[in-house]
Structures are given as structure tokens and as C-alpha cells.
Write a protein that binds this ligand. Structure first.
Ligand SMILES: *[C@@H]1O[C@H](CO)[C@@H](O)[C@H](O)[C@H]1NC(C)=O
Ligand SMILES: *[C@@H]1O[C@H](CO)[C@@H](O)[C@H](O)[C@H]1NC(C)=O
Ligand SMILES: *[C@@H]1O[C@H](CO)[C@@H](O)[C@H](O)[C@H]1NC(C)=O
Ligand SMILES: *[C@@H]1O[C@H](CO)[C@@H](O)[C@H](O)[C@H]1NC(C)=O
Ligand SMILES: [Ca+2]
Length: 502
């Protein structure tokens, strides 16, 4: 409305002499001055505006240490479309507060979106603000409900009308934050895009920690070297790659894969690149569920196929970096795991199975998880899906009305891997149209929320040797759980039509 009125005003001012470039220039100037005026005019409770800048498309923002923690390791961000960048501090008590950024695009679709962050960083994922604002979302980064409330209010003030629909996008911890919102603040979002959710967090961190006890330190005689893990990976593929109908380096459904490490046992005439009996047991333990003293499940096993990306972390001979500050200075054992699960500080587990209120609000959740993820093992997401199904007493066809889970074969943690992992999920997964129509999972979520057209599959793009720089290799459609992907025409396995969800 505001810009239409302004356009008429400009037309009058410029009379018939106005050229379209002058009008465009006038609109940009108006957008820019409306943006900058926020610095002094924005009045929201507990909010201080640090700055409000107009940033034209093509700018490379350079981040200073004072506006971006050094640990975040984000030196710059290229801006794809004109935005109003607003940086705020929101105090949540006399001693605490959050930093918040909103990136408001000049070509707004009317949609609001919040993103989260990965790991335990608390960093602003500028690339996701850039990605979603370039798609026309008024985007904020906020891990807390407070931030979303401020972001929505700011959006309304700036554009002079309320948003139409509200979305969330995040992966890993960002995904946990999104699902936590569906569980605890069910009316906040109409659509949630959640990848590789780091849910049941106490158990997840304990699971990351338990590998050190299995693997041991690097000076042990049975320590498995990186080279030997490579051999193990090749053997896992030899045993399981073909289960989906084609040998292509991808295990579409690792839940069907139960590798026998004994196939690699050293023989009298072959004592290199093979496993001692102890090492074979270590490999078995790595691919086994993590079980408590009372025999109950702590966390599902590492899915076979993901072992190579564990080598630099869980299999390194040092405690996993994902234990971080959570179990700092703790010699980790099963009792610590059981204790932390019972403690569940700040309800960080985010594993509530009752999403009734989210469903009643009309919310839709689209979950995806790479099937080659060594950071958050993917069977945990099937476990959550089943938990929601049981808690709400809904079979898959009813649950899928508002909650769908897609398994992305050959995708690592949130991005990367040999599979067709680029699905438009985040800035890392942003597509350049390679996959054709229907290959952006965020657009699919919007269709579902706004037109009621639910995605049957998620279409992704894979790269030559899993390397983006080598170019696009194939397109594949990923099935929604509990269906799995099977190749029905192995000679043409790179063609999406050669696959079927069964
Ligand atoms: C942005 O940061 C990357 C990574 O440090 C660097 O390689 C690149 O040259 C930077 N680009 C600009 C324009 O500053
Ligand atoms: C093996 O390495 C660990 C940790 O690096 C060290 O504490 C231990 O003393 C070493 N053991 C031997 C036998 O060298
Ligand atoms: C789920 O939550 C709703 C309220 O949102 C409540 O009415 C219902 O009883 C709960 N169901 C279960 C199984 O706990
Ligand atoms: C891809 O990997 C294979 C096997 O390692 C290798 O032979 C091939 O040259 C690689 N292709 C490219 C384009 O690098
Ligand atoms: Ca395969």
C-alpha cells in the first residue's frame, strides 16, 4: 500500500517526463529512508536499535568483530537483493538480553520467516538471512520466542501491514529450535522446515560422547586408523549399497544395513588393511544402539555409511567436540548420560510427542534428514516421527496431513555428501534452478501451507563425486518416511524416474 501510494505521488511529481528508471530510483530512495528512520523511530518494549541500514543488492557486507563474534567465522556476506538491515538488542531482564537481526527485503512477499543457528554457537547465520530475504521473506534470526515477537512487530511497523504467513527454517540445533517451537509455542509458525533435528538433545550429546569409550585413545594397539576406516567404509558399501537396487555409492535406506565387520578379519596371509578380532568388535559397537544399564535405549546407532565423516571427530581418539561445554571436565560414562537425561536442563531435549496444538493451529512441519549424517544419526528422526505418531495416536496417513519426514539418501549433516542433497534447504542448499520445478523444499513448504498442496517427494540435486565444483551429476526424488527409495531401472539410475517410493 505504502509503495503504491508513493508511486502515484512520484508520478505526479515527475509528470510525464518521468522515466521508469527515475521511478525505480525514487522507490529505492523511499525504501532506504524508511529503513534508516527505524534507527530513531522504532519504539518497541525492551528493544534498542543498534543500527538500521539500507543495503543494496550486490553489496558484500564485511563483519566487524563487534557485530559478529569471532568464533562465528563469517567474515562477509554477499547481498543478493535490496534489504533493510536492522540490528537490535532486546533486553530480557536487567542482566540478560539477545542480539537480533532482521533483514527486510524491498520486494516483500508478505511472508515472515525466522531462522535458527547450528551447534551451540549462538551465532547469526547471515547466509540464511541472505538466502531467505532474497526469496522475499521478512527474515529474522532468533533462537527465542522473544525474538520472533519483536521480529513480527517490526515487520508490521516497517511494511505498514501484518505478515500473511509465518515460517521457520533451520538445521541441526536450528531445527531443534523449530521443533521446540511447535511443541511449546504451537501458534508461532504456520510452516516449519527442520533439517537433521538435534532433538532429544541430552541423549544426543551423550551418544556423541560414548564413542570415545568404544574407540579409545590413538596410542592403543587396536586403534582404527583413518586408512582402515576407509577400508571399512568400502566394505559397508560392498555389503549394503545394492540393497536399494543399484550400486551407486549411496545407501538409500541404512536401516536395512547390518554390516558384518568379520568379513574384514585378518587372515594369516593378509595382515594389512584388515581387522583384529578386537577391532571387529569396535566396529560392531559403533553400529549398535547405545543402551543403558537397564537395557533401555539411550540413542539409536550410527547409521552405516556415515563412518567416514566420524573419523575427524568421534573416531579421532579424543572426546567428540560436540560434547562441548555440556560435559566439560567430565570423564564420560553411562551414568553421566542417565543423569543428564533425568535432569533435562531448561527442557533442552525438545522431544515432546504431542503436537496437537500445532496441528489445530493449522501448522505444517516438513522434516528432512540426511541418511549419511554422523553428527546427528538419522534413525533418531524416524524415532521422533514414531513417537509423535504413538503419542497422538495417528497412523502415517493422518500424521502426514501436517507432519512429513523425508529421508535424503547420501546426504551428510545438513548438506554435502554423495547424494542428491541440494534441496533448497538453506543457503548451502540454495539451488540455481538445476533441479527444475519442485526442487526447493522451502517453496514446497509454502505451497503446502498456503495452497494445501503437500509434497509427496523432495527433489534434490547431486554433484559429480559429491563435489559442487565438479558440477551437477544427477537429480533424485526423496521419499517420505516410512516409504523408502528403490531403483527400478539400474541402468538409468541417475534419472529421477528410475526410482520409486515403496
Ligand atoms: C569473503 O570471505 C571469504 C572467506 O574468508 C574470502 O575468501 C573472500 O575473499 C571474501 N570476499 C570479500 C569480497 O571480502
Ligand atoms: C595414551 O594416550 C593417552 C591420552 O593421549 C595418555 O593419557 C596415556 O598415558 C597414553 N598411554 C600410553 C601407554 O602411552
Ligand atoms: C495433547 O495436548 C492437548 C493440548 O494441546 C491436550 O488437550 C491433549 O490431551 C494432549 N494429548 C495427550 C495424549 O497428551
Ligand atoms: C571421481 O572419482 C573417481 C573415483 O575416485 C575418479 O576416478 C574420477 O576421476 C573422479 N572424477 C572427477 C571429475 O574428478
Ligand atoms: Ca545404492
Amino acid at each position: 500500500m505504502f509503495f503504491q501510494a508513493l508511486l502515484l505521488f512520484l508520478l505526479e511529481q515527475l509528470l510525464s517526463a518521468a522515466s521508469s528508471s527515475e521511478i525505480a530510483h525514487g522507490l529505492t530512495a523511499a525504501f532506504s529512508s524508511a529503513c534508516m528512520s527505524l534507527a530513531t523511530s522504532l519504539k518497541l518494549p525492551n528493544v534498542i536499535v543498534n543500527f538500521a541500514h539500507f543495503v543494496p543488492a550486490g553489496t558484500v557486507l564485511q563483519f566487524q568483530q563487534d557485530e559478529n563474534l569471532v568464533t562465528c567465522n563469517r567474515p562477509n556476506q554477499t547481498i543478493a537483493s535490496d534489504i533493510c538491515r536492522v540490528a537490535m538488542y532486546v533486553s530480557t531482564s536487567s542482566r540478560s538480553g539477545i542480539t537480533l537481526e532482521a533483514w527486510l527485503p524491498s520486494t516483500w512477499t508478505g511472508r515472515f520467516l525466522s531462522t535458527g543457528n547450528g551447534g551451540q554457537s549462538g551465532c547469526i547465520q547471515y547466509e540464511d538471512l541472505g538466502y531467505t530475504s532474497s526469496l522475499g521473506f521478512a527474515a529474522v534470526v532468533s533462537r527465542l520466542q522473544t525474538g520472533v515477537t519483536v521480529g513480527k512487530a517490526l515487520t508490521q511497523i516497517f511494511y505498514k501491514r501484518a505478515h500473511t504467513k509465518s515460517y521457520y527454517l533451520g538445521c541441526s540445533t536450528g531445527s531443534r529450535q523449530g521443533l521446540e517451537s511447535a511443541q511449546v509455542f504451537p501458534e508461532t509458525f504456520d510452516g516449519i522446515l527442520a533439517g537433521a533435528p538435534a532433538i532429544d538433545r541430552n541423549r544426543l550429546v551423550a551418544w556423541n560422547g560414548h564413542f570415545f569409550g568404544i574407540i579409545g585413545t590413538a596410542n592403543l594397539s587396536d586403534f582404527i586408523s583413518a586408512a582402515l576406516w576407509n577400508t571399512i567404509h568400502i566394505e559397508v558399501l560392498r555389503q549394503c549399497d545394492g540393497l536399494d537396487g543399484v550400486v551407486d555409492g549411496i545407501i538409500e535406506d541404512p536401516s536395512l544395513c547390518n554390516p558384518r565387520p568379520e568379513a574384514l578379519l585378518c587372515k594369516p596371509r593378509n595382515s594389512i588393511n584388515c581387522l583384529t578380532p578386537n577391532q571387529a568388535q569396535i566396529v560392531r559397537n559403533v553400529f549398535s544402539d547405545y543402551i543403558a544399564e537397564d537395557r533401555s535405549l539411550i540413542f539409536p546407532r550410527l547409521q552405516p555409511g556415515a563412518e567416514l565423516t566420524s573419523v575427524s571427530d568421534q573416531f579421532s581418539g579424543m572426546p567428540s567436540k560436540y560434547i562441548g561445554d555440556w560435559f566439560k571436565y567430565v570423564v564420560f560414562n553411562i551414568k553421566d548420560a542417565t543423569y543428564s537425561i533425568a535432569l533435562n536442563p531448561a527442557n533442552v531435549e525438545s522431544f515432546k510427542g504431542n503436537l496437537s496444538a500445532f496441528r489445530a493451529h493449522g501448522g505444517k512441519a516438513l522434516i528432512y534428514h540426511g541418511q549419511q549424517d554422523s553428527t546427528v544419526t538419522s534413525p533418531n528422526t524416524a524415532r521422533y516421527y514414531d513417537h509423535v505418531s504413538r503419542t497422538m495416536d495417528l497412523d502415517s496417513s493422518s500424521l502426514d496431513d501436517f507432519f512429513r519426514y523425508f529421508r535424503i539418501g547420501g546426504m551428510s549433516h545438513c548438506s554435502g555428501g554423495p547424494g542428491a542433497w541440494r534441496i533448497g534447504q538453506t543457503a548451502l542448499g540454495a539451488l540455481g534452478g538445476e533441479g527444475g520445478a519442485g526442487s526447493n523444499v522451502l517453496a514446497a513448504l509454502v505451497e503446502w501451507v498456503e495452497k494445501g498442496v503437500a509434497p509427496e517427494t523432495v527433489r534434490g540435486v547431486g554433484f559429480v563425486n559429491g563435489t559442487v565444483a565438479l558440477g551437477v551429476d544427477f537429480v533424485r526424488e526423496h521419499c517420505r518416511y516410512p516409504l523408502r527409495n528403490v531403483c527400478v531401472d539400474p541402468k538409468r539410475y541417475k534419472h529421477p524416474k528410475s526410482w520409486k517410493c515403496v
